[in-house]
Design a protein around this ligand. Structure first.
Ligand code: ADP
Ligand code: MG
Length: 267
């Protein structure tokens, strides 16, 4: 059994990549086997995991466009328990190239269906900041949607659109898709405005909102440039501690057994 989680929010800069990479590292610390799929042409997750853009011959582009087997695109990282399918610059063209392909929304799902990942693997897909075909491929391949939301005044802007896209994918392609978790990111010192944001997000997502929020912390910003996760760059920072806690909550919120039981799936 494999648990596939799409980390998506079409707003840029809300903490998708930071959350993907550090939740992956924290799950790796807990002994899980984690695969990070970098589906953003900017390749930020690839870089944050210490992989240069040229560190691999194959990338997620080849899986989506050339039907390279997914297993063949997986590379090791120096983060314990974490492997990666890197992004490459040509992924920027994939959004357009996919339009002409057969099963353009399902290419990633098909690749997962054919892959032979170790049982218990957690897959985290770092989505680009759009609701185009790359994100749709992630939502179609995933069992769960994880939504990072930046704690700011317009926090819920665009969330309706994301949910509409999720509903479309559910009705046409992937009926089992569920939001498993929402996490507030870049939370600053408590203010009245911040409390309002928290209340709004809590009211909207109810129990899907993770108990742990991710604080704003310069360590989170500094880590990726050196090709490090925050967990290795600043292991005792507030943000590393929060990501460890969030990973435990995500682990506990595993919907997979329920999903599998209701579909008798054998993935
Ligand atoms: P996205 O993938 O949604 O575009 P990123 O994870 O790349 O967002 O984060 C956007 C920017 O904010 C990056 O420069 C990142 O380093 C920074 N950042 C993310 N999380 C935090 C945090 N908790 N504290 C401070 N800066 C952060
Ligand atoms: Mg990103």
């Amino acid at each position: 059994m494999v648990r596939v989680i799409a980390v998506a929010n079409q707003k840029g800069g809300v903490g998708k990549t930071t959350t993907t990479v550090n939740v992956a590292a924290a799950l790796g610390e807990l002994g899980q086997s984690v695969l990070v799929v970098d589906l953003d042409p900017q390749g930020n997750a690839t870089q944050a995991l210490g992989l240069g853009r040229m560190s691999s011959d194959v990338s997620i582009y080849d899986v989506l466009i050339d039907e390279t087997p997914l297993d063949k695109a997986i590379v090791a990282t120096r983060v314990k328990g974490v492997t990666c399918i890197p992004a490459s610059v040509d992924l920027a063209g994939a959004e357009v190239e996919l339009v002409a392909e057969e099963g353009r929304e399902q290419r990633l799902k098909w690749a997962f269906d054919k892959a032979d990942l170790p049982t218990g693997t957690v897959v985290l897909i770092d989505c680009p900041p759009s609701l185009g075909l790359l994100t749709v491929n992630a939502l179609t391949a995933a069992d769960e949607l994880f939504v990072p939301i930046q704690a700011e005044f317009y926090a819920l802007d665009g969330v309706g659109q994301l949910i509409r896209t999720m509903e479309l994918v559910r009705s046409a392609l992937n009926p089992m898709l569920e939001i498993s978790m929402v996490a507030l990111t870049m939370v600053g010192p408590p203010t009245l405005a911040q409390d309002q944001v928290f209340d709004e997000v809590q009211a909207f997502f109810a129990e899907r909102l993770a108990p742990t929020s991710i604080p704003r912390d310069p360590a989170a910003h500094a880590a990726p440039a050196s090709g490090n996760t925050v967990l290795s760059f600043a292991p005792d920072s507030s943000v590393a501690t929060a990501y460890r806690q969030l990973a435990k909550e995500l682990f506990a919120a595993d919907l997979t057994p329920a999903i599998r039981a209701s579909t008798n799936g054998d993935k």
